[in-house]
Design a protein around this ligand. Structure first.
Ligand code: TMP
Length: 224
């Protein structure tokens, strides 16, 4: 099974992904954590370019193509092999982030973004997506606290430096995507404290019977 975690800056994805991993492990499932951008050696080089605050001249289309390039590599090198080996794969961001950031927030054509995903990634999509939702002013304040305390590197602050309006568009984009696919998306209120968010996510995971059934096998047949 393929699970993705999405949300704006400061939504607590990294913390919650570790709780998810611990819960699934304890439940006896084989699972693995990965992320975008940067889930492969090549991807980490791409990530450096994408998140560098000095990449100010980057064109929106260049940005889009670099995220797509990172994803192609990630799917082939990491995601599919992990699923094939029987893991529940939990990915910190995936294609919905491209639609929300490069599409809804940056203004690139979402039909083109879907076509690119179809041509380069054969439309591989997650079975379950948990959206950590919170107001961008709260999220950005948290993100900046992490940057200032050194918990997150300033070398990765390009998106934190975007305007509040940009992050409002990202959030609205995510909520639009979630409304369009209510079966796949589960929205969690990320303005709550860490433990409350963790409990809500655990409920979502417990309620998903596919986690303990054969969704991974189906995916392997389709994309192998
Ligand atoms: P993160 O790994 O700390 O979440 O940072 C990744 C940044 O990249 C975040 O600001 C969102 C952005 N992003 C996109 O703009 N498009 C994408 O497709 C992905 C995966 C991430």
């Amino acid at each position: 099974m393929f699970i993705t975690l999405e949300g704006i800056e400061g939504s607590g994805k990294s913390t919650q992904i570790r709780h998810m991993f611990d819960f699934l492990k304890k439940a006896g499932l084989r699972c693995a954590i990965t992320r975008e951008p940067g889930g492969t050696i090549i991807g980490r080089k791409i990530r450096t370019i994408l998140l560098d605050p000095d990449s100010t001249l980057i064109e929106p289309a260049t940005e889009l193509l670099l995220y797509a390039a990172d994803r192609v590599q990630h799917i082939r090198e990491v995601i599919l092999p992990l699923i094939q080996a029987g893991n529940v794969v939990i990915c910190d961001r995936y294609f919905d982030a491209t639609l929300a950031y490069q599409g809804y927030a940056r203004g690139l054509d979402t039909t083109f973004i879907h076509t690119l995903h179809h041509l380069t990634c054969q439309d591989l999509g997650p079975d379950l997506t948990i959206l950590l939702d919170l107001p961008p002013d709260i999220g950005l304040a948290r993100a900046w606290k992490q940057l200032e305390s050194g918990r997150r590197s300033g070398a990765e602050s390009r998106f934190e430096k975007e305007t509040l309006t940009f992050h409002e568009r990202v959030r609205a984009g995510y909520l639009t995507l979630a409304a369009a696919e209510p079966d796949r998306f589960k929205i969690v209120d990320a303005s709550q404290n860490e433990q409350q968010v963790q409990e809500h996510i655990t409920e979502v995971l417990k309620a998903d019977s596919r986690l303990f059934a054969g969704a991974s096998a189906q995916k392997i047949r389709k994309y192998a």
